[in-house]
Design a protein around this ligand. Structure first.
Ligand code: FAD
Length: 341
């Protein structure tokens, strides 16, 4: 049985207090939200903070507000709350679809939006217990020097496996980060970089406090996820697509974001741009799908064969765009075990 290492638990009641504790503890402390990723990582000794700063007693982080200008979601809103809230059923569909497809219902009851955005990157050489990793001299992400996925690489190739981040980026989300009395607001997309170790540009003492979504009247969005078991697994490739369509069905604005094919969610901006000013026909969809798939460079460090994952990227972008067009996706949903409707 894998046991947790010893740690001190702090349970502040405000973000100010949490930020003060983080500032005082420095690199020895980590934030604990639902704990569904961090605690298993601690058992595998991938992360061994001396102090955990729990966010669970901070009421303000659990609130959601909707107004004509958009939505503000506290970082500790759970994925179940998002998946079950009908206010996400219109322009924000990609977000509830992503939340509804994370792990299992038990995990979604604990898992938070902030924790999902900050989710550690994953890799077959890293997601192992301490003894297994020791037997291969560890990897550069923790305790070692080599990236076993690409031994010549100077950077870690672990994969971004968050479901909600691609969806949120496609929806134009911004995040509010607090450190001490300082608060900054950034585009969520600007918070990530393509490096499996330093995948977030979040400063060590910063707390993700809130996710802000713009009002998306006239937008449609969808999230499509490839995984082995339709009821459970992490994404091994995913697509979030969002578009504002004119009454005649012409694309006025669009975003496409690929998940789980790099160390960060990958915006496919050129592919999205190719749709603007045109209707979603089979031809324009095929063009955008081929363009988006060129960006995907999956490696041999998660489930499924990497060249197959690249190939099906085209199919998944196609599904997502047909979904936006309003096609009946029932048979594809059934064949993929996508039980979210
Ligand atoms: C069996 C299993 C299956 C899973 N399947 C999926 C899946 O399909 N898709 C998926 O996306 N995830 C999956 N997960 C991972 C995890 O459950 C989710 O990503 C979850 O949303 C993480 O949220 P949490 O609140 O539990 O985060 P925690 O585990 O509490 O924290 C995760 C990380 O985020 C940091 N953090 C948390 N909150 C904040 C904050 N407000 N500000 C700054 N940093 C913060 C923590 O310090 C930690 O580094 C799975 C996990 C398990 C165990």
């Amino acid at each position: 049985m894998m046991r947790l290492p010893m740690f001190d638990l702090r349970a502040p009641r405000t973000t100010d207090e949490a930020a003060r504790i983080l500032a005082g503890e420095g690199a020895n402390a980590m934030l604990l939200a639902g704990g569904t990723d961090l605690l298993p990582n601690m058992k595998r000794r991938q992360q061994v903070p001396r102090t955990l700063v729990s966010l669970r007693n901070i009421g303000t982080l659990k609130q959601s507000q909707f107004n004509p200008a958009g939505a503000r979601l506290g970082a500790c809103v759970t994925l179940t709350e998002i998946a079950e809230d009908p206010r996400f059923r219109n322009g924000y569909s990609a977000l509830w679809q992503a939340a509804a497809q994370v792990a299992t219902s038990h995990i979604r009851n604990m898992a938070t939006l902030g924790g999902n955005i900050c989710l550690d990157t994953r890799c077959s050489y890293y997601d192992q217990n301490y003894e297994w990793r020791k037997s291969i001299s560890f990897c550069m992400k923790k305790d070692g020097e080599v990236c076993w996925t690409a031994p010549g690489s100077e950077r870690c190739m672990a994969v971004s496996s968050t479901d909600t981040a691609p969806a949120l980026i496609a929806l134009g989300a911004r995040v509010l980060l607090r450190s001490g009395a300082e608060v900054r607001e950034v585009l969520l997309s600007d918070l990530y970089q393509n490096d499996g170790m330093n995948y977030m540009l979040r400063q060590p003492g910063e707390i993700v406090e809130e996710v802000r979504l713009p009002a998306l009247h006239g937008w449609k969005s969808a999230y499509w996820k490839l995984r082995r078991r339709g009821s459970f697994d992490f994404p091994v490739m995913s697509v979030a697509a969002a578009a504002r369509l004119s009454p005649a069905g012409v694309v006025e604005e669009a975003r496409i974001v690929l998940g789980a094919v790099a160390s960060r969610p990958l915006p496919a901006d050129e592919a999205a741009k190719s749709l603007v000013g045109r209707p979603l026909t089979e031809e324009t969809i095929a063009e955008a799908a081929a363009q988006a798939a060129r960006l995907a460079k999956p490696l041999d460090n998660t489930d499924f064969d990497m060249s197959w994952r690249k190939k099906v990227t085209t199919a998944f972008v196609t599904y997502a765009l047909r979904d936006l067009r309003g096609d009946d996706m029932t048979s594809v949903n059934l064949s993929l075990g996508r039980h979210i409707l």
